[in-house]
Design a binder for this molecule. Structure first.
Ligand code: NAD
Length: 268
């Protein structure tokens, strides 16, 4: 069997972890390329022998079996449409970008026209299989809470008149729908967007953003209740050693999705 061909969009903390694992894999192994903006400073970190591509013509010439976006919301706008138009499956991590209804509709239409598929990574969150199963429940109540230490929200706390270093009790920074949350905190709430898209949508998914001086890491709490029963899930993620803004588990979640993509046995 020949090596599976994968293009990574971006080469930051998450993509580097993914690349290290894919380049070490054997039987059949992976042939990688990295799509970056021309002149990107990340180019110098790309391992020797891995081609760097700058546009969708170069992606087409590389002929990947799978494209993985681990770059940010800008890349979902700039690079993902071109890959979908080539008829490629594109696994995205920056799911918060999809709170923009027009962009989401465009990506879906492009995928349909070109034969591509937009694959959404579970990323830092778990339990999306359960949320998908109850998404049509008539009595569904779905809420997500993000709980992080004050350092993660310094500027937002200052804007509300709090001194982040002197916070003595938890402060709720935001309480509303997943659509408002993803628009207000685009870089922080990929997880809320993933939950909304797995579940009943952006308007019907509740979000609380809590800043807690007692929190040591990034905690995600999901509660679902419906006529089918209840689910309560808490995940405490460690930050990536190379980018404290991203959770370390995200690369592992994407690698698990890559494995499923190529596997003859798929857990749905
Ligand atoms: N779904 C989740 O749970 C989850 C969790 C954490 C991060 N993320 C997403 O993953 C993204 C990457 O995280 P990271 O920690 O690796 O970030 P990082 O800052 O370490 O790396 C980002 C990389 O993307 C490149 N890049 C930025 N814009 C680009 C573009 N338009 N085209 C091509 N490359 C571009 C940068 O040059 C850099 O190489 C985040 O921006 C976030 O949206 C998702």
């Amino acid at each position: 069997m020949s090596a599976r061909r994968v293009v990574l969009i971006g080469y930051g903390a998450i993509a580097a972890d993914i690349a290290a694992a894919l380049l070490a894999a054997r039987d059949p192994g992976y042939a990688l390329a990295v799509l970056l903006r021309p002149g990107s400073a990340s180019a110098k970190r790309v391992p020797e022998g891995v081609p760097i591509l700058n546009d969708s013509d170069a992606v087409a010439a590389f002929a990947p079996d799978l494209v993985i976006e681990a770059a940010g919301h800008g890349a979902v706008r700039e690079s993902v449409p071109g890959c979908l138009a080539l008829g490629l499956p594109v696994l995205i991590s920056s799911i918060g970008a999809l709170h923009d209804e027009a962009l989401y509709a465009d990506l879906v239409a492009t995928a349909r026209r070109g034969g591509g598929r937009l694959l959404l990574a579970s990323g830092a969150l778990g339990g999306l299989d359960y949320v998908r199963a109850v998404r049509h429940a008539s009595q569904l109540d779905l809420r997500y809470e993000s709980r992080k230490p004050p350092a993660a929200w310094s500027s937002e706390l200052r804007a509300l008149g709090h001194d982040p270093a002197a916070l003595s009790r938890p402060v709720t920074l935001f309480s509303g729908t997943a659509r408002e949350a993803a628009a207000r905190y685009p870089q922080n709430l990929n997880v809320a967007a993933a939950l909304a898209l797995a579940g009943p949508g952006f308007e019907a998914t509740g979000v609380d953003v809590v800043c807690d001086p007692a929190a040591t890491g990034n905690t995600h709490v999901v509660r679902a209740s419906s006529e089918f029963g209840t689910m309560s899930l808490e995940i405490a993620n460690r930050p990536s050693p190379s980018n404290p803004k991203s959770s370390w588990i995200v690369a592992q979640a994407i690698l698990a999705a890559v494995d499923q993509h190529f596997s003859p046995v798929v857990m749905m």
